[in-house]
Write a protein that binds this ligand. Structure first.
Ligand code: ATP
Length: 369
């Protein structure tokens, strides 16, 4: 798969070497990023990695200690929030409790001095966009969490901002509603063609919705890529581990012939093979990374470059698939997944079963950091 190519033309947002220091702590530490018009861009990472601080700097609620922010080619580093073509939707939704849904949505338009008739028209358009036409006269306390989230979204979109910033927009919703709302958000974003930048710590959410994801680590960008590329080609152990589940097997390079690398691994109890085009020196410490869905049961006839054997120690039944944890003689555990439809057709697997697992050299990656 080819690396991501930036579209032609100026990015709608350029973040240039931006840092934010709180006392001794660099919450954001020298981040540079270009975000393009129409993207659904996620800032992803664990708690405290600086996602919200970066988003707040884009909104103008926080000023960078260093660096510059450009929106639409204009240096907005010191421009106040209300003069930026962006709007922000807060995790708390921050609705006015004494105002109706319609008045909440109209609030910003009224402040801007939009005439009443146009305002009402815009409110109707927004209510219908987020599918809450019937709730216009309710007060926030008469709404469910999901409905409040829609009002907050409608209010944030009412001014037709070029860019919408969303801080954990689905964080307060239960799992089922969150999954459903993810698709709706993408749908709305595509229909309006507005650039969405969202903060989330939930990798599945970021994977589902984003055109690209910036994975942050301690105030820096670890990797920025479309979801698929981030999943298939993580550039570091950190990225591999954060996105989905993965088996990480330590070792060192024994040899490389053309693009076929042999890794000697004490953890695996033998040698492993991986396809890697960049040259690697013998002796380099590396980690082989293989996704659980790429590992399969050795059935005898398969020509698998990599083979390990062990005992099933844990089985998690997830309905469509099961996840198995296999313990090797070295004590290392390898996870693999199997579709339950397939498992039914074949021999069912049980705890303490001895199995041989394998995966091809081109279904795993090698990480050097
Ligand atoms: P979370 O997912 O928990 O919200 P985050 O990735 O959004 O985390 P930030 O909220 O950006 O992280 O915080 C990054 C770091 O900066 C944290 O260590 C936080 O404690 C610190 N921080 C954030 N805002 C301030 C502030 N106003 N004053 C001092 N420290 C702050």
């Amino acid at each position: 798969e080819e690396p991501w190519q930036a579209p032609e033309g100026e990015p709608i947002i350029r973040i240039e070497n931006v840092s934010k220091r709180f006392g001794e702590l660099y919450a954001v530490d020298g981040i540079s990023l270009d975000i393009h018009s129409g993207e659904f861009f996620s800032l992803l990472g664990p708690s405290g990695c600086g996602k919200t601080t970066l988003l707040r700097m884009l909104a103008g609620f926080e000023l960078p200690t260093e660096g510059k922010i450009y929106i639409d080619g204009q240096d907005v580093t010191n421009v106040p929030p209300y003069e930026r073509p962006v709007n922000m939707m807060f995790q708390s939704y921050a609705l006015f409790p004494h105002m109706s849904v319609a008045d909440n949505i109209a609030f910003g338009l009224k402040q801007e001095g939009m005439a009443k008739a146009r305002r009402q028209e815009r409110v109707r358009e927004m209510l219908s966009l987020v599918q809450i036409d019937k709730l216009a006269s309710r007060k926030p306390h008469q709404l469910s969490g999901g409905q409040r989230q829609r009002v907050a979204l409608a209010r944030a979109l009412a001014k037709h901002p070029k860019i919408l910033l969303l801080d954990e927009p689905l964080g307060a919703l239960d799992k089922k509603l969150r999954e459903q709302t993810q698709f709706e958000l993408v749908n709305i974003q595509e229909r309006l063609g507005i650039t969405f930048i969202i903060v989330t710590h939930d990798q599945e959410e970021a994977m589902t919705m984003s055109s690209r994801i910036a994975l942050l680590r301690d105030g820096r960008v670890e990797q920025v890529d479309p979801p698929r590329r981030l999943y298939e080609y993580p550039s570091s152990r950190y990225a591999a581990d954060f996105i989905g589940s993965i088996n990480l097997i330590d070792g060192h390079v024994l040899s490389q012939e053309e693009n076929r690398v042999v890794i000697r691994s004490e953890e695996a109890g033998g040698d492993l093979e991986v396809i890697h085009s960049q040259p690697l020196l013998a002796g380099t410490p590396v980690t082989l990374a293989v996704r659980p869905e790429k590992v399969r049961l050795e059935s005898g006839d398969a020509q698998l470059a990599n083979r390990v054997s062990g005992v099933i120690k844990e089985i998690a039944y997830l309905g469509d698939v099961s996840i198995y944890h296999v313990e090797l003689a070295t004590g290392k555990r390898i996870q693999f997944t199997q579709s339950n439809v397939q498992a039914l057709a074949e021999q069912p697997l049980n705890w303490e079963d001895e199995v041989v697992l394998g995966w091809p050299a081109n279904s795993c990656g090698v990480l050097t950091q």
